[in-house]
Design a protein around this ligand. Sequence first.
Ligand code: ZN
Length: 200
Amino acid sequence: MPTFQTTLITCQQCGRRIMVRAVDAERGSITCSHIGCGAVNNLQTAFQYDEAIVNGLPDFGQLHYLGTPETAYPLQFGPNIIGTGEGCTVRVGRFEHGGRCYISRQHCTLTITFDKWTGQLRYRVQDGAIGPDSLTMRPSLNGTLLNGAPLQKTEIIDVGDGDVITLGGADRFRLTHATINLVMLDTYKIDLAFNPDRTQ
Ligand SMILES: [Zn+2]
């Protein structure tokens, strides 16, 4: 059963507060209980998903290196710093091309969040990373591309399932999203009741 968060709304006739319970939300209306009012207030219902679902997910997707050797790197919820450096969440190999590696020690940041409205994970990439010694984003030396298009220094872009991130112009990685089981998702549904006059 989805959970329901008890909400207070403002009566459209008398302006006093009324408590909305799950049964009222199901019916789609609530009768004001204040003495001398009794107005019928219509309710709009909407729902969100509880972010606690992420604690029960087995994985958060992978980045697959498309060069040699083909490698799969698991991702974490939250920011994933990708690079060749020691402190990286996703520490990739020092892949060389003509004796040079084009990936920075902290090259880009792939952030995974949970969208409470869609119940899906959201993946966003940004060139550079916040280093251990600074509070600002430091761009990579050779840039990051998403599906072949270079990211601007301050851009944060959504990365779709199967999209390709290229680091330093030479090394390509394909993102595989994690999928959330729909039966499991349904158990994390939270119904919200809204008073139509209080749209925000
Ligand atoms: Zn009332």
